[in-house]
Design a protein around this ligand. Sequence first.
Ligand SMILES: [Zn+2]
Length: 416
Amino acid sequence: MPALPRDWPLRLTRNTCLFEQLSQGRLFSSAGNFSSLSTLVTFNPKPFYLGRVFGIPIYAHYSWLPVFPFYAWAIASGLLPRQAPGLSVLQYWTLGVLTTMLLFVSVLVHELAHATMARAEGLGTGNITLYMFGGLASLNGQPAQPSSEFKIAVVGPAASFLIGTIFFLADEAFLRGTGHRAIGQVLRHLGVINWFLAGFNILPGLPLDGGRVLRALLWHYNKNFRTSTQIAIRSGLMIAITLVALGIAYFLFVDWVMGMWMMAVGLMVGLMLGTTEGRSRGVWRVKRGTVEDVMNRDVVQIPPEMKITDFINKVLNNNHHTSFPVVQERRLYGMLLLDELKQVPREDWSRLEARDVMRPVDGSMFINSSTPIPEAKSILSNSELGRAVVLDSNGLIVGYVSLRDISRATLGTRKP
Ligand SMILES: [Zn+2]
């Protein structure tokens, strides 16, 4: 394998939940990537390092600093004195802080579930960052097959459901009818929160985990990632509209706080999807005019050691592209080209690996995301492949762009 610099082109796809996106002010693209909403991320100090869990670095974003005392306060002076009167202020606050810590642990476990499943599926995880009310596991790739995407997406809500159940059972088993009413309340509260996280995230529409599950199922049957994404986006839009409508009904007739909350979440989901749709329709592209605006964010990456047989059965069968970046440990090693693969005799498929057949990496294979479209057009026109992996300013792989993407965008037509 060719030796390359440490920070060689890499690709980051982020796998997130709604809370993470709300708290970061970022947008979830149809592919599961992020694109910053520039107006909301002007203040964005670097997350700080907490430690490693299962070898995955865990970071905390500064946004949780104000949330932590606020949440502890809400528990210590709102929920507990009301539901379990008679304790001292110190006791309430101790439980308030403990509840908040367990909330963060709950969210971390949800993200670790995504991350460990991604690792089991051969994708690996860059790191996990904890934001206000959520975490963010950055995966080193978009799953290449529906079964991987399904498993990675479903384990998050499954983990939250399981943790919630454990909290409820702990309360039932140990604390019911005892004098520890306040601790019981804490456990029940954490049970409710985790069940809520599970139930909400599994709703079948992007940008939620359930949307990825839905997309994986559709993708499995129709073999078309892009069509499946579009359907999962529309489903997300229906969920957003339903949430807003229910929110209005709740606001008027049931509980105005709950109603406001549902409306806010519904609007955010709708806004995120509106922007995703807008992007995929090319609305913003021509105006801003860089590679980032026209690139395709769904890059399927191939590990160098993947057998050609596996590539054909698992990857090619589910992804109708003509070229695939070969990536490992965040480095781009080369490009697997279908035209060149066709030259390989069939009897060698089970013996050869992607690295044996790929074209090794060279400068014509990537392009910077900030390159203006006219310049990109001339670069790609002059390159043999007519397409390139897109890198951000840190050299991370963020997308894939072809001449076709550019002409679609400049014509303002919608992608099929
Ligand atoms: Zn999740």
